[in-house]
Design a protein around this ligand. Structure first.
Ligand SMILES: *Cc1c(COP(=O)(O)O)cnc(C)c1O
Length: 377
């Protein structure tokens, strides 16, 4: 069994994708081909924002967005303690100080209560300037944007949505990647919408941010490419990846997002009462980047993981270490409350899921987990 079955996805769309790729090869418009503009328009329309600017990957999308926000040395940037490294790596690369914020125990997303406490702590210390919040849509569930935006407004902070895992999700009728001042996503192959290599995108309703981001992505270009007005970088989405994504986005909208929700629902029905399952609060719709269950402790997790591995059922731990405890951030971050994150790192286990997992596979995995717990108890 595959953890996320990308082979099945390709077999299902082989015809369209092969044609799309072959057209790029024939036209030889490898950089900035028409497909890139076409995809950006499709993405902006789907998400419901004015501008979409594609770039080389989700990490660049974060960094370039923070550059547009003028995040720099001396600034405090608030990031959840429980997320992929890149959410905090981006502000750190710009010289800003990541301030790690604990998560909500049910959703695994940034806790608004802990966020406000962290901002107050930084203000009280007076060493750093609170500048921006990076809120993450972890495992496909958006952060609590009503509360987080309220706090951002109250303290005058910019809000960046890291929607790398959230593309396709909804929060009270609004699509992920449309929250805050700027939002980003990743098209890494295993994300909810993935390409065949690296890719990313930035979303914003602001004309000023959009213009700045377009410039930063192409060496700080001005009116033309060889009139550079600022120090930027080279971060573009290849035409090949755009061509693949155009086809994949069609399938994503037509049936994939529904299919992955159906698989998650089946897991939840099957496993109800076995062990704590992912929580999708009222008003939320997940894109199920991961289906993450919770076990008692690290020892039980190792036993369950080994048991499933024997049966050819792959599982993964997202994430085993809180960001504040990683060597890269030693002495280079501020950490506040960490209890919920520490516990989550010991207990989470992600199961195989995706739009192409079959009902039989979900039933098989569920049966085996129930069997494991029968033996344990
Ligand atoms: C994957 C991911 C990123 C980085 O995306 P890349 O395209 O791999 O650079 C950033 N943030 C989160 C939460 C992610 O899951």
């Amino acid at each position: 069994m595959q953890f996320r079955d990308l082979k099945r996805q390709y077999q299902n769309m082989k015809l369209q994708i092969d044609v799309a790729i072959s057209k790029v090869l024939t036209d030889a418009n490898f950089i900035s081909g028409g497909q890139v503009k076409e995809l950006e328009a499709m993405l902006a329309e789907y998400v419901g924002v004015k501008h979409c600017i594609t770039c080389a990957n989700g990490t660049d999308a974060l960094e370039i967005s923070l550059m547009a926000m003028e995040v720099k040395e001396g600034d405090a940037v608030f990031v959840p303690d429980f997320t992929f490294f890149a959410s905090a790596e981006a502000p750190a690369r710009l010289g800003a100080m990541p301030v790690f914020v604990d998560i909500d125990a049910d959703t695994y997303n940034m806790s608004p209560v802990c966020l406000e406490a962290a901002i107050k702590k930084i203000l009280k210390e007076g060493r750093l300037v609170p500048k921006a919040i990076v809120a993450v849509d972890l495992f496909g569930l958006t952060a609590d944007y009503t509360e987080i935006q309220k706090i951002a407004d109250e303290y005058g902070l910019l809000l960046l949505e890291d929607g790398a895992q959230g593309f396709g999700a909804e929060y009270f009728g609004k699509k992920a990647c449309s929250f805050g001042d700027i939002s980003t996503t990743s098209f890494f192959p295993a994300k909810p919408l993935g390409c065949y290599g690296d890719g990313g995108a930035v979303f914003t309703n602001s004309d000023e941010y959009a213009a700045l981001i377009r410039s930063y992505c192409v060496h700080g270009k001005g009116a033309d490419k060889y009139h550079n007005v600022r120090i930027g970088t080279n971060s573009r989405l290849d035409t090949l990846q755009a061509a693949v994504l155009i086809e994949k986005l069609k399938a994503f909208k037509a049936f994939e997002i529904e299919a992955v929700n159906k698989a998650a629902k089946l897991y939840t029905e099957n496993l109800d009462g076995t062990t704590p399952l992912p929580c999708v609060p009222e008003g939320y719709y997940s894109s199920w980047a991961q289906y993450t269950i919770r076990v008692k402790d690290n020892e039980e997790r190792s036993r369950l993981q080994a048991y499933l591995k024997e049966l050819d059922i792959p599982t993964n731990i997202y994430y085993p270490v809180p960001l504040h405890a990683l060597p890269a951030f030693e002495g280079k971050c501020v950490s506040t409350e960490t209890t919920v994150t520490e516990k989550a790192c010991q207990c989470v286990l992600s199961l195989p899921i995706g739009p192409y997992i079959t009902e039989a596979e979900v039933n098989f995995v569920s049966e085996k987990i129930k069997e494991f717990y029968k033996k344990e108890n």
